[in-house]
Design a protein around this ligand. Structure first.
Ligand SMILES: [Zn+2]
Length: 405
């Protein structure tokens, strides 16, 4: 039976959540303005915020003139150091161990190389041990830690507890990662896919939730994406929204993909695909600019920057490889525009810091899209800065959603 009403705890939770959200979005604000923006009476706000001050979540700040008869109003703000969240951001070969406070400020961050071929339990044990060490060393009191966020590469179960396929990050499939992390740390876990976590962090910092529908594209190791509908992140029927990198592009003879299939978009358009193709095409005759750049270096030392600079310098073979990536990626995103009709497409990853790639990509995105679909395509304002905060912010955002209860 559908829920018919709210009990008192739900009402309290909703009101406290609204207080935390308004303070996050506006910074310090008077009780009067807080009451007006939430739509509660000043007396109700005084009671709610009084409890939250007692719990240390909020504190009073400076007094400002309110404009009427010389009255002064005391501003309220969140105490950012009242609560902390730890985080493990799982990439393909690397994890980022970190902690954030209530406003998403990174307290510490350390990269940990994932051992290849080690059992998942061993890897998680080492990561959790190091995470607690870093937390203690940073002086974060254990009783102020409200959870550990796990931002996970690959397919995560609908409730976020099981890492079904990490596409090569951890050895096992269907690994109960949330239970394991809770057992190892004694701290509650909130987990989600890592690209959805980055998108969620982007929304947290950019505060442009009024844009109801956004499509967030991350090109880093592979290609991942996330979607918001009506200002909420959409998980999809099997919690796999949006695995755009694994759209099948080449039916026969495509390169093997990390997901286990072959010929996926990721095998053509991802940064590692561009690099692999450039290495395969590399020769003094075929790629003279790249050849010159690589003088005295091993081919394994070739970077994406080398390839993009050679393409930007007018080298036909590398420009063609980069162009193929741009065309395939843009084609997939144009399908997104016509199917989903998002207001904004947000780009995230090193590739989009390269002017040659970004300019060509934006130009390609305009090709064949009618003026009725005026979607803005832009690089995230927080590009490359979210991996440190995203995992911990999963916990912080849940805490805000639940009113800190
Ligand atoms: Zn794939």
């Amino acid at each position: 039976m559908a829920k018919q009403g709210d009990n008192m705890t739900d009402v309290k939770r909703t009101n406290r959540s609204a207080v935390l959200r308004v303070l996050h979005e506006n910074g310090a604000i008077s009780r009067k303005k807080l009451a007006a923006s939430i739509g509660l009476t000043p007396a109700a706000i005084t009671k709610i915020t009084g409890e939250m001050i007692e719990e240390g979540l909020l504190r009073e700040g400076e007094a400002v003139f309110s404009g009427g008869a010389g009255r002064r109003e005391i501003l309220l703000k969140t105490d950012p150091f009242s609560r902390f969240a730890l985080g493990i951001f799982l990439n393909k070969e690397l994890a980022v161990l970190s902690a954030v406070n209530l406003e998403g400020t990174v307290i510490f961050s350390e990269n940990a190389v994932l051992p290849s071929n080690a059992p998942a339990n061993e890897t998680m044990s080492a990561l959790c041990k190091r995470l607690l060490e870093l937390s203690d060393r940073s002086g974060i009191p254990r009783d102020k830690i409200i959870g550990t966020g796990l931002a996970l590469r690959g397919q995560v179960s609908e409730n976020g507890r099981i890492l079904k396929n990490s596409f090569g990050a951890l050895k096992e499939y269907d690994y109960p990662i949330a239970d394991e992390a809770e057992k190892l740390t004694g701290i509650k876990v909130v987990s989600d896919n890592n690209v959805r976590s980055l998108f969620s962090a982007h929304l947290f910092f950019s505060k442009d939730k009024e844009i109801s529908s956004q499509f967030f594209l991350r090109c880093e190791y592979g290609i991942g994406a996330a979607l918001s509908v009506d200002s909420r992140i959409w998980h999809g029927g099997s919690a796999q929204c949006s695995e755009i990198g694994h759209i099948p592009i080449i039916r026969k003879g495509g390169k093997p993909c990390s997901c286990g299939k072959s010929g996926c978009l990721e095998t053509i358009a991802s940064p590692s695909a561009i690099l692999d193709d450039a290495k395969a095409a590399f020769s003094e005759d075929n790629t003279p600019l790249l050849y010159k750049r690589m003088a005295g270096r091993e081919i394994d030392d070739m970077s994406l920057q080398d390839v993009l600079d050679s393409a930007a310098g007018g080298e036909r073979a590398t420009a063609s490889i980069v162009g193929r990536s741009i065309t395939a990626l843009a084609q997939a995103l144009k399908s997104v525009i016509y199917i989903i009709d998002p207001e904004k497409i947000v780009l995230y990853g090193h590739l989009f810091e390269n002017a040659y790639f970004l300019d060509h990509f934006i130009a390609e995105m305009r090709e064949g899209v009618d003026s009725g679909h005026d979607v803005s395509v832009e690089k995230s304002r927080c590009n490359l800065k979210l991996e440190d905060a995203a995992a911990g912010l999963l916990v912080i955002q849940k805490f805000i959603d639940e009113g800190g209860l």
